[in-house]
Write a protein that binds this ligand. Structure first.
Ligand code: IDP
Ligand code: MG
Length: 138
């Protein structure tokens, strides 16, 4: 399934603001199929593990606190060319720089509270999928 799977999280801000249905509708309209979905809350330690590659970045601690502050929705999505197509759908990290029609442009509030996560490579997608759904067979 490599190449056809990506991992996503709807972030706390988008859930608090009641935007889950609209975001999932945009994802499905772009041709992605849901393979797994869970509403869950990360502990600070698990948020730290998930974003470990950003440990040295100045925003790391605040990002982990934010991601553990209230529930997130973890999703595994399938589609040919899933990683790149999903990154195109969500848009640039900073919603202010995201292209029109992208999820982050529409729902992001700040560079941190940017509504949604998307894996950055096939290998990362598998690691992130296993982090949330260790028993899922792909
Ligand atoms: P990405 O989510 O577009 O892949 P990354 O660089 O991997 O962006 O950063 C992970 C997350 O960290 C971002 O989605 C955002 O929530 C947060 N983040 C990134 N850069 C900054 C920043 O400069 N200030 C605050 N938060 C940031
Ligand atoms: Mg990233």
């Amino acid at each position: 399934m490599t190449g056809s799977v990506t991992f996503s999280m709807i972030k706390p801000d988008a859930i608090q603001d009641g935007q889950v249905g609209q975001i999932i509708a945009m994802i499905e309209a772009r041709g992605f199929c849901l393979k797994a979905l869970e509403l869950t809350q990360l502990t600070l330690a698990r948020a730290g593990q998930f974003y470990a590659m950003h440990k040295e970045r100045p925003f790391y601690e605040q990002l982990c606190k934010y991601m553990a502050s209230s529930p997130i929705i973890a999703m595994v999505l399938t589609k040919p060319n899933a990683v790149a197509d999903f990154r195109a759908l969500i848009g640039a990290t900073d919603p202010a720089e995201a292209a029109p029609g992208t999820i982050r442009k529409r729902f992001g509030k700040s560079i941190e509270g940017n509504a949604i996560h998307g894996s950055d490579a096939d290998e990362t997608a598998l690691i992130e999928t296993r982090f949330f759904f260790p028993k899922l067979s792909l």
